[in-house]
Ligand binder design. Structure first.
Ligand code: FAD
Length: 259
């Protein structure tokens, strides 16, 4: 089975993240980049599928040159190879353009199943997997907390507000996963060493047959027109308990219409 895992490099969620006032895009230069948190669960699911079904795991990333660091980490977890689409013209691309590029890049390799995270922590549109499936005309099985493959049938447990739905499709299919699905493994020392020599195919837009005019900030379907920093958090209110603490807290909660 040929498994492709979509991995996005994002600014570290622990650091203060900013937009660049010059063009309202994410400031990637001032913050350390990391693998999108949920994508580590997608990688783990890909590796477990490979262990049960055989085959290979390919990491696919659309991102700047620096995204190679995240790709190497994914390879050190146990993935076999990677495809990295990188091009200056991609700067500021939105979800629709990103999905189009991913779908084109998937056309350059053999694949049975694409596994993505359900949401990227930087822009959180949670729509790329569905857009990729649409572009490819493939079934989409999203928000999976469990994935089972039996021959050409893929079944998932899809998380809902009240429990889960069983959803079934046939390969080739696009799946997105939530973090309840597994516990991502840590790269071993052997894995880190092996990752250094695993192949990464680097593709430009031209090599995918895409024109720079189809992507990038100037051609995006969605754009950030303006933004404001969140106001600093106001100081909290201290309630001194002089025998009436419970009532004072109840009054406070009532004043905020919380009770
Ligand atoms: C205000 C703002 C400014 C932005 N500025 C920039 C910018 O300057 N430069 C820039 O590159 N992007 C920028 N983006 C991000 C870009 O628009 C989106 O990251 C991209 O289109 C995908 O949408 P998402 O991150 O919301 O993905 P989601 O739909 O939330 O992601 C779901 C899953 O899809 C997969 N996926 C998503 N993106 C990729 C990818 N690139 N490669 C591989 N797999 C992926 C991952 O598995 C991920 O877990 C900006 C977004 C916003 C909101």
């Amino acid at each position: 089975m040929n498994i492709v895992v979509l991995v996005k490099q994002v600014p570290d969620t622990e650091a203060e993240r900013k937009l660049n006032p010059a063009d309202n895009t994410v400031d990637r230069a001032s913050v350390d980049p990391v693998i999108n948190y949920i994508d580590e669960f997608a990688i783990e699911e890909g590796l477990q599928l490979k262990e049960s079904q055989g085959g290979e795991v390919t990491i696919m990333t659309v991102g700047p040159e620096r995204a190679t660091e995240s790709i190497r980490k994914a390879l050190s977890m146990g993935a076999d190879k990677a495809v990295h689409v990188t091009d200056e013209a991609l700067h500021g691309s939105d979800a629709i353009q990103t999905a189009k590029v991913i779908a084109k890049a998937l056309g350059t390799i053999e694949w049975d199943v694409v596994i993505a995270g359900s949401e990227a922590t930087d822009s959180r549109s949670a729509i790329v997997p569905a857009l990729v499936a649409e572009a490819l005309g493939a079934p989409q099985l999203t928000q999976a907390r469990k994935v089972t493959v039996d021959g050409s049938t893929v079944s998932i447990e899809r998380v809902t507000d009240t429990g889960y739905d069983r959803v079934e499709g046939s390969t080739p299919a696009v799946i997105s996963v939530v973090e309840k699905i597994n516990d991502p493994r840590y790269p071993s020392f052997k894995g880190i060493m092996a990752a250094k020599s695993k192949p990464i195919t680097v593709l430009s837009l031209a090599e995918l047959g895409l024109d720079a005019g189809e992507v990038g900030l100037a051609n995006a379907w969605t754009q950030v027109v303006s933004f404001e920093n969140a106001p600093p958090r106001a100081a909290g209110q201290t309630v001194k308990d002089e025998g009436n603490g419970g009532a004072a807290i109840a009054d406070y909660l009532a004043s905020k219409k919380l009770i």
